[in-house]
Write a protein that binds this ligand. Sequence first.
Ligand code: NAD
Ligand code: MG
Length: 395
Amino acid sequence: MRQVAVLGATGSIGRSTLDVIQRHPNRYRATVMAAHRSVDDMEALCRTHRPLHAVMGDPQAASVLAERLTDVPSVAVSSGAEILDDLVADAAVDTVVAGIVGFAGLRPTLSAARAGKIILLANKEALVSAGRLFMEAVRTGGATLLPVDSEHNAMHQCLPVDLEGRPNMSDVEKIILTASGGPFRGRSRASLDAVTPEEACAHPNWSMGRKISVDSATLANKGLELAEACWLFDRSPEQIEIVVHPQSIVHSMIRYRDGSTLAQLGQPDMRTPIAYCLAWPERVDAGVAPLDIVAAARLDFEAPDLEAFPCLALAQWAITQPGGMCVFSAANEVAVAAFLAGDIRFTDIDKVIAGTLQGIDLAEPESLDAVQALDQAARDVADKQIAGWFTRPEA
Ligand code: NAD
Ligand code: MG
């Protein structure tokens, strides 16, 4: 029986993970569940899945949850970063699903890496912000790192991997990273000034959390994923080609030196990559409808439009600077939160990122403290810009 810690249990990745776990009660059990402050959702999930531990990021949410769960004494409710660090590193847990959104997920994921766990990585921001530190922790801790992000999961599926899940890249010529193009594909930059958070979050193919949905709409997500692929598969950005594929059926491709290109195809449903990682190197049912290739009929591919979506070009530059992607990701998080709150326009997101990249020393952060300091410095610069440059758009 695999004991699984689900970090970000109330989110889109967390729920998809719990759905797969529930289909295989004899193989997996969610023994630790963590979320930020959504008490109602967490209470319902605790009643269904009966974890041993429920950890809330927000202490007040934890006390409300504890009160609500007095009739379920088997669930220990707690709060705090140290507690979560210890729980994911505990011998009782063997698999950790990193499904917290943003930089907040770095600490517990790093703890899982140092403790040598099997890590199912969805939280790309953690890897992008602390790439070298994170990959070193995976190596020295003896962890197994399996990518949940659909593109990187596709790459993993198309590569020969060793018993620890590490891919062999020796005959690979190029990684082809696919992008859906998001809800605004084909539109001009000028036409994007007035788009609303609701429009930005209405992804044509995937149902996801709001932050990653906006990242998909700006193509910042593909910038984060470029950096993610570089760390996971030990590539330089030039060895990765980004291709827009609006149907989101081909989840990425690997081109080999002999001219073969391997692709992984599937429905746009995160339960497939999650089930792949949970069961690896075996396969289990994910509850996903089979792909009807005749109904899909067409697979289109085109180059990304960097003029309409400058976030991707900014990421391609930032990735060449040692601390660039930590700053890119922090500034993007601040800008996306401001956009979702109605404080800035969609087209201000890339301006905040560009201004932050210019306003900060992009030296490599060598420790967790240094990564946290660089992330905070970037947030401060981004916040200042938003406060100083932009006025709230008319409702
Ligand atoms: P979401 O917003 O739906 O869920 C986020 C989860 O993180 C929630 O459970 C929330 O409570 C928790 N959380 C947030 N801040 C926290 C904190 N400080 N402490 C503890 N928990 C906290 O997001 P999502 O769409 O599930 O995405 C999660 C991660 O997975 C992101 O990094 C995203 O980029 C990545 N990802 C998501 C998808 C997808 O289809 N949703 C696909 C690929 C990668
Ligand atoms: Mg992805």
